[in-house]
Design a protein around this ligand. Structure first.
Ligand code: PMP
Length: 413
């Protein structure tokens, strides 16, 4: 007998998200923009407010009880994130503002120290601007060259094209774990094997991976992994850069300031050990504690249950959207190759008009280029409408979306 797929009680999860219980334009709100930012459950909000109510003080400096407690909460949150990512050591976890800052940190420090004219950095045409522009900046400074892996007609990376691009000139590949625009899950362990075979490093933009897919940085065998708190039920303005310890130790600091130094002398200074070398200034302690609470919240639901539920939701959404005439969904067809992020076009209607009418129906979606202009150009569309789901979404939400798309069709008939 095959084992039943684990699932969880979505109704109970929804009760943790009071923000979802509201009407927009006279209709029960349907929130389908979690790829832009997820909502936050009560335990995360309560953890943040409890921190400010009982434990708040600056960290690492104080010799008094409250500061010790704040420091302990901050470092415990780091341990939680290390275990969430299955990092080999908590010192491999650097607190940053989000995935954007994590990638900028690596591009600016590792890139400046390691890239020379003619060296190559491989990106993909699925990347979010956060995983393109930092590399453009460092390429302009160092003379390195950027290459882009192409996709197939379902928005999957073409590994045969990656093989053509990889060479002795490749120093690093920077690749999203999951596409924010198409929902494609990329085969990171397979990509790591190919990238390492030419002696290059692999940075993974996990902004959309960590919220949906179990992340095991050791099994993925990547070298850097960037995570954003606000996409995984945590607060905005906090994130994590995981990096291999020997790489982090060899990299120069990112920003200078308090906390990141060992000795400050008039002309030069020495650095604190990793990860503090990369954490200049007062960190977002409450944000870190809140992000750890979010990681615990997701872990309690369980990744297997989340994935099983999401697969069911994808199948339902594909049927619902497939029944609306004129809708074309981009990205992988096989649910196993994607998350519940659906970029689509509705024939003859601009995505901004689609989103405006959906808003009038109480449905929140995104329309535009989704910070993926290279991808939009590749798809030969100016923009798409994107409906992105998370743990609190139900099949009903996609039925509401499909019905509202019929309204759009009527308006533009
Ligand atoms: N990469 C991807 C794939 C994203 O979806 C996002 C957020 N839209 C980012 C990077 C940027 O993350 P953050 O908001 O944490 O800076």
């Amino acid at each position: 007998m095959s084992k039943p797929a684990p699932v969880f009680d979505v109704a109970a999860v929804r009760r943790d998200f009071p923000i979802l219980e509201q009407e927009i334009n006279g209709r029960a709100m349907v929130y389908l923009d979690s790829a832009a930012s997820s909502q936050k459950p009560r335990p995360v909000i309560d953890t943040i407010s409890a921190f400010y109510l009982t434990d708040n003080a600056n960290v690492h400096r104080g010799l008094y009880e409250l500061s010790r407690r704040a420091t302990e909460r901050f470092e415990a949150a780091r341990r939680t994130m290390a275990s969430f990512l299955n990092a080999g050591h908590e010192r491999e976890v650097v607190w940053v503002r989000g995935a954007t800052e994590a990638i900028n940190l690596v591009a600016a420090t590792w890139g400046a120290a390691n890239l020379k004219p003619g060296d190559e950095v491989i990106l993909t045409c699925l990347e979010h601007h956060s995983n393109i522009v930092p590399w453009q900046l460092v390429a302009q400074r160092t003379g390195a060259v950027l290459r882009y892996v192409d996709i197939d007609d379902q928005g999957r990376l073409r590994l045969d094209h990656l093989d053509q691009l990889l060479s002795a000139r490749t120093r690093l590949m920077a690749c999203g774990h999951v596409s924010n625009a198409l929902g494609t899950i990329n085969p990171i362990a397979e990509i790591a094997r190919r990238v390492h075979a030419v002696g290059a490093l692999l940075l993974v933009d996990g902004a959309q991976g960590a919220p949906h897919v179990r992340v095991d940085v050791q099994a993925l065998d990547c070298d850097f992994y960037a995570v954003s708190g606000h996409k995984m039920c945590g607060p905005m303005g906090i994130g994590v850069l995981w990096g291999r310890r020997e790489l982090l130790e060899a990299m120069p600091p990112y920003q200078g300031g308090g906390e990141m130094i060992d000795q400050v002398l008039p002309e030069a200074s020495t650095w604190a050990a990793v990860p503090h070398k990369f954490e200049a200034g007062t960190p977002d302690v409450a944000g870190a504690v809140g992000m750890a609470a979010a990681a615990d919240y997701l872990a309690a639901i369980g990744h297997e249950a989340m994935a099983a539920q999401e697969q069911q939701l994808i199948r339902h959404a594909q049927r619902a959207l497939g029944n609306v005439p004129g809708v074309r969904v981009f990205g992988p067809v096989d649910p196993a190759e994607r998350i519940a992020v659906f970029s689509f076009e509705l024939a003859g209607v601009h995505p901004h008009d689609v989103a405006t009418i959906l808003d009038a129906e109480g449905i929140a979606v995104r329309a535009g280029h989704h910070c993926a202009q290279i991808l939009m150009r590749r798809l030969q569309v100016p923009a798409t409408t994107r409906a992105s789901a998370y743990i609190y979404n139900t099949p009903d939400d996609f039925d509401r979306l499909a019905a509202a798309l019929e309204v759009v069709r009527t308006v533009f008939a």
